[in-house]
Design a protein around this ligand. Structure first.
Ligand code: PLP
Length: 380
């Protein structure tokens, strides 16, 4: 029977058949698993199911990887200790020392550092270009290029990537596409179904959804996820059973959270667009097919005192993360994009006046009025 997205979220996992028939999967808070005899132990190595050691596999971490794969429409998935380790494992499933990557210049700050510093020191070179201009991407491809790396919706300016066009370019050049789908979430966008071979997530954000875990997930083509799994196991980037359990618990409500958060975000973006003290509203109004997402960025006009604005936001928290059920704001220039060179900050539009809003599930009228009040109270 065909399951729709909301149903798949709850019912895609077949629980282990155990004598104690709990309604949800219990937390297997154990570092290892026992065997009755040497034959059973040998059976494990012959691939007869079961578990050996939690770094190499655990029912809770497997459940998280499989759930995200199921809702993304991908054949395989593996959970990791963080979004960054998911990105690392996803990239290392394709690239090794001596290889080259073409990446979008406006990727998440931590991903930029991973590619620009850590992976470069390990012999994997990255060229950063604007993916808004695919001719530039094509020109940056070298004989040793193995993959294109971008995000389905970028941070903090919310540019919607043209994934079908990126995939077409990659396939024409025999490259793998790796996409960070954190901001769009599987609710709004399924890159695997658009031909992206490796999809990575910071489950710390919407997949977990409650700002109480750090975790990541890689889903995609079976052979590549199997290589990513080897990296997670051998580099020790596994997530703990408890964090995986919390994340799957959060994931089940992804659809209801995203419905409300995205709808609230759209209403907030529309209200703020008409505010004369806001110079610019960044929101993917045009993303009809993929949905709009729950992030809104605004550039305050010069009429607003930025420091006073952050003091005037009432119950909204200033916090360098996003995607929880509560509305929060961040100041990209001084947090996520602090490490970028000033020229890059300027050319990307990351100014002192830029405020990134992660819209929550509160009543939309309260959300709109808290921001309108904050602006009112911080006029120069
Ligand atoms: C937060 C974030 C990451 C990193 O995830 P962690 O869980 O903090 O490691 C990667 N990409 C995007 C788009 C993010 O927002």
């Amino acid at each position: 029977m065909v399951k729709r997205f909301e149903t798949k979220l709850i019912h895609s996992i077949e629980k282990a058949k155990l004598p104690i028939r709990s309604k949800v999967t219990p937390i297997y808070q154990t570092s290892a698993f026992t065997f009755d005899n040497l034959e059973d132990l040998e059976g494990y190595y012959q691939g007869e199911g079961n578990y050996l050691y939690s770094r190499t596999g655990n029912p809770n971490t497997d459940e998280l990887g499989q759930m995200v794969a199921a809702i993304e429409g991908a054949p395989a998935g593996i959970a990791t200790s963080s979004g960054l380790s998911a990105i690392l494992a996803g990239i290392l499933s394709v690239a090794k020392s001596g290889d080259h990557i073409v990446a979008a210049e406006d990727v998440y700050g931590g991903s930029f550092h991973l590619l620009h510093e850590e992976l470069r020191n390990l012999g994997v070179e990255t060229t950063f270009v604007s993916f808004a201009n695919l001719e530039q991407v094509e020109r940056a491809i070298q004989p040793n290029t193995k993959l294109l790396y971008t995000e389905s919706i970028t941070n903090p300016l919310l540019r919607v990537e043209n994934l079908p066009a990126v995939v077409e370019l990659a396939k024409r050049n025999n490259l793998v596409t790796v996409v960070d789908n954190t901001f769009a979430t599987p609710y709004h966008c399924n890159p695997y179904e658009l031909g992206v071979e490796v999809v990575v997530h910071s489950a710390t954000k919407y997949i977990g959804g409650h700002s109480d875990v750090t975790a990541g997930v890689v889903v995609g083509r079976e052979d590549l996820v199997s290589k990513a799994r080897a990296k997670v196991v051998n580099l020790g980037a596994n997530v703990s059973p408890f964090e995986a359990w919390l994340t799957t618990r959060g994931l089940k409500t992804l659809a209801v959270r995203m419905q409300v958060q995205s709808s609230n975000a759209r209403k907030l973006a529309e209200a703020l667009r008409n505010n004369p003290n806001i110079a610019r509203v960044y929101y993917p109004f045009e993303a009809e097919t993929t949905g709009y997402g729950a992030m809104v960025s605004i550039e305050l006009a010069k009429t607003v005192d930025v420091n006073q604005f952050f003091k005037s936001i009432g119950w909204v928290k200033l916090v360098p993360t996003l995607a929880g059920v509560e509305t929060s704001v961040s100041h990209p220039l001084k947090t996520s994009h602090r490490a970028l060179p000033p020229e890059a900050q300027e050319s990307l539009g990351i100014t002192n006046e830029l405020v990134r809003i992660s819209v929550g599930i509160e009543h939309f009228e309260d959300i709109i009025s808290v921001f309108e009040q904050a602006i009112e109270n911080s006029l120069r």
